[in-house]
Design a protein around this ligand. Structure first.
Ligand code: MRU
Length: 353
């Protein structure tokens, strides 16, 4: 069974229910976000995480915002509230583009609705906002499945597959991106082994990816981040498959810190390196990965491990949450539309057209 990372409960007066990923795998706790501040906090603290899931959550954040409008507010006030909330939510995490994409999409839908129906009620506008957020959710579910179907051919019987961070159901509304490829290969009866990097500092690989793969009864082995090169040297890895948080027009792809190192190791050991991501992860407004803003997170994520201090008092810390893999080191990008082999700007533009 594939878990649902997030779910909208009810109609325009409803709320967003999340699996609190900070507690996994120890506890399975649901978190109810009934206002935008709580949702923003949940995104910042990684209760909900993974670029596509954050995007879907952002869409619902705009529904939550409209719940504060009163019968005295008019449509203009309604649209202003969406703009302000979108700016606020956009400040939560800077690297994944899906959040900005979803916020813009929902806001634009409401603006177009109001422009076409200036006499509409505020409630009708709220309904449009909810329907668009629901549409993003449903599309994400469908995209995830199709990414898996398009990518499963890259996993062969007997393969060892390496993944980093968590690009599974917990990171999306559906069955994930990189993990969806594995789920679909597994469904086809392929026998393969998945190696999962721990993914320091927040251990998304150890805590979340192993949890998801165990539930799906896929053969999974956990390794520390610094072991992957040696696994490749030993011939244990036949493919690396990760997700992405933002892909530039030339195919450079931002993903969890450590992905770049894996891509260089994969190149050195002639192991194919695949990125699995929905088309909402592409940002064609930027030419290369150099323009992708890289989130830096708090020092205590590095100096503490499971609540215990693991570094000298007062040590300087650098904690970038993402890095950028060069397009030249990506064998293929797998999307819901198909596969972009050896991505180039023209192939990407053609693929997304
Ligand atoms: O900081 P996180 O846990 O949100 O980082 C998540 C990742 O880097 C994932 O690999 C990426 O979002 C792709 S998820 C489908």
């Amino acid at each position: 069974m594939i878990v649902a990372a997030l779910k909208w409960i009810g109609g325009i007066d409803g709320f967003l229910e999340l699996i609190d990923q900070r507690e996994l795998p120890g506890e399975f706790v649901k978190l109810q976000c009934r206002d935008v501040e709580k949702l923003c906090e949940a995104i910042k603290t990684l209760a909900i995480r993974g670029a596509p899931a954050i995007g879907v959550a952002g869409g619902y954040g705009l529904v939550l915002a409209t719940q504060r409008l009163t019968p005295d507010d008019n449509l203009k006030a309604g649209l202003a509230c969406l703009v302000k909330t979108a700016e606020y939510l956009a400040s939560s995490r800077p690297t994944g583009v899906n959040l900005f994409w979803a916020l813009n999409r929902v806001r634009k839908k409401a603006e177009d609705f109001v422009a076409g129906k200036p006499g509409a009620s505020l409630q009708q506008m709220q309904q449009v906002v909810l329907e668009e957020a629901n549409a993003i959710y449903a599309e994400d579910v469908d995209m995830c499945r199709r990414i898996g179907e398009n990518g499963r051919k890259f996993i062969k019987d007997g393969d060892g597959v390496l993944t980093h961070c968590n690009a599974g159901a917990l990171a999306t509304a559906g069955q994930g991106t990189a993990l969806s490829v594995m789920f679909e290969a597994h469904k086809k009866g392929k026998k393969f082994k998945v190696y999962v990097d721990e993914t320091r500092p927040l251990l998304q690989g150890a805590r979340l990816t192993t949890w998801e793969l165990k539930q799906a009864e896929i053969d999974v082995t956990l390794v520390c981040d610094n072991m992957s090169g040696w696994l490749m040297k030993q011939g244990k890895i036949n493919a690396v498959i990760t997700g992405a948080d933002r892909i530039a027009a030339n195919g450079d792809a931002a993903n969890k810190i450590g992905t770049y190192s894996l891509s260089i190791l994969a190149r050195e050991h002639r192991v194919p390196f695949y990125i699995a991501a929905p088309s909402s992860t592409f940002d064609l407004s930027i030419k290369t990965g150099a323009e992708i803003p890289i989130e830096e997170r708090a020092a205590d994520e590095v100096t503490f491990l499971a609540g215990k201090k693991v570094a000298a008092d007062g040590v300087d810390v650098y904690n970038p949450a993402f890095d950028v893999t060069q397009a030249a080191d990506i064998s293929a990008i797998i999307t819901e539309r198909g596969v972009i082999e050896k991505p180039t700007p023209s192939k990407i533009a053609e693929h997304l057209r």
